[in-house]
Design a protein around this ligand. Structure first.
Ligand code: AMP
Ligand code: MG
Length: 411
């Protein structure tokens, strides 16, 4: 079964408000095994909205509208749906009475404009609203289901939980949607897709999507089946093949972030970490400490931006800095070894590089990053060249640094 959501409200077309209602509703629909095929935002314009409703009803069996049920001129959802379905609206005295009662309870007098909210589309069921004045409406039309819900999120949720979810679960054939998420670092989106597409393209169920962020490619598998067991088996079948191809490049199989995965590995190993950062300016420490309980393994970090501080605080030899430069393999390794020595951590992890847009006098191109990793066995480093702006390069750098340690811990 397929659904569409239309969020109504001119404010949602400005940069200051976002449509969050549809995210909640999407999750709820998925819980019912209903797939969202389209969603949109339409301003407070009756004719444009009526057009969108007609269009939606040509392709979806379920249409949910939120917003535009208020008492003012710009609340056009009732009128637009009536026009689209070619139905009349009728005044319902009991709705008016309920609204008036609500006003009385709050010690206020109902304004005349609130009478507009007592108009219900012909054939619609009234969805009584405990959290506001606007009632919702439930309409069946040629085998399709339309829901008109208020815009304020708590009112929308109240009506959904109390009326829409129970009604839909009776009419929608039982379906479950299950997802499996792999997260991969150390590989670009297109390389990854080239590798795994031959596997997932064979299946229309589960549906596979590849999403990319700097240094973090996510593979989402969504299986839709009548039975839970069936969905799990499908995800298992496809997931196993993808797992084989990506191997240890997968850092998470349950959606956990890199810092959470890394933290778990450190905790399991009974190990600690200290970091030395230059161009990432504390981002590595920020990510590590964003995880609750990170004090169990994270000892601390140093942001050593100036060369003098790399020498003074971490003990990077002045000759190393003079000979190879602050952005070099040698400096990254000396930083990692130094921070480990000075803190007594199991692992010392370092990042030095050029995040851009200028090179700050370094003899290397923008996006050059060296990551150093030191433990009781020795110290090594990797060199990476990233593209993009300052934010992206810093994100990439921390992701690869954490991934380097993750690989070491899981090998
Ligand atoms: P309305 O029912 O159109 O009068 O909407 C009332 C208020 O609900 C708006 O001012 C918004 O703050 C909020 N709202 C409306 N639509 C949404 C939406 N799709 N997502 C989140 N908030 C919304
Ligand atoms: Mg509105």
């Amino acid at each position: 079964v397929q659904a569409e959501i239309i969020a109504v409200g001119s404010e949602l077309l400005t940069p200051s408000r976002v449509d969050t209602n549809s995210l909640y509703l999407t999750e709820q629909l998925n819980n019912l095994g209903v797939e969202l095929i389209t969603k949109g935002v339409i301003g407070d314009d009756r004719d444009r909205l009526a057009g969108a409703v007609r269009h939606a009803l040509n392709r979806a069996e379920i249409l949910i509208l939120t917003g535009g049920l208020g008492p003012t001129e710009d609340d056009v959802t009732r009128d637009a749906v009536a026009v689209a379905l070619d139905r009349k609206q009728a005044f319902h005295a009991e709705v008016k009475e309920a609204i008036a009662e609500r006003f009385r309870r709050f010690g206020r007098k109902m304004a005349d404009i609130n009478l507009r909210q007592a108009f219900i589309i012909e054939g619609a069921d009234i969805l009584w609203n405990d959290h506001g004045t606007a009632p919702g409406q439930w309409i069946e039309d040629a085998g399709r289901y339309l829901m008109l819900l208020p815009g304020p999120p708590h009112e929308m949720k109240g009506l959904w939980e109390r009326h829409c979810f129970p009604r839909l679960s009776r009419v929608v054939p039982r379906q479950v949607i299950r997802t499996l998420v792999f997260r991969v670092a150390g590989m670009g989106e297109s390389d990854l897709d080239q590798l795994i597409a031959p596997v997932y393209k064979k299946y229309t169920n589960p549906v596979t999507t590849v999403l990319a962020a700097p240094g973090d490619v996510q593979v989402h598998l969504r299986a839709q089946c009548a039975q839970d067991q069936e969905a799990i088996a499908l995800l298992d079948e496809v997931g196993r093949q993808i797992d084989l191809l990506l191997g240890d490049r997968i850092y998470s199989r349950n959606g956990d972030s890199m810092e959470v995965t890394m933290g778990n590995l450190l905790r399991q190993a009974g190990a600690t970490i200290a970091v030395a950062e230059s161009c990432t300016g504390g981002l590595l420490s920020e990510r590590l400490t964003s995880v609750p309980g990170s004090s169990e393994y994270f000892l601390g970090g140093f942001v050593t931006y100036a060369s003098a501080l790399k020498a003074d605080v971490l003990g990077v030899p002045v000759e190393v800095l003079a000979t190879y430069g602050a952005v070099s393999k040698e400096t990254a390794e000396a930083m990692a070894a130094g921070v480990r020595m000075r803190t007594g951590a199991t692992f010392g992890l370092s990042v030095t590089g050029v995040a851009g847009p200028g090179t700050g006098g370094e003899q290397v191109p923008v996006g050059t990053i060296y990551i150093g990793l030191s433990d009781s066995i020795g110290t090594r480093s990797v060199h990476r060249q990233f593209a993009g702006d300052r934010t992206r390069i810093r994100q990439f750098a921390t992701q690869y640094a954490l991934d380097l340690l993750r690989l070491q811990l899981s090998s």
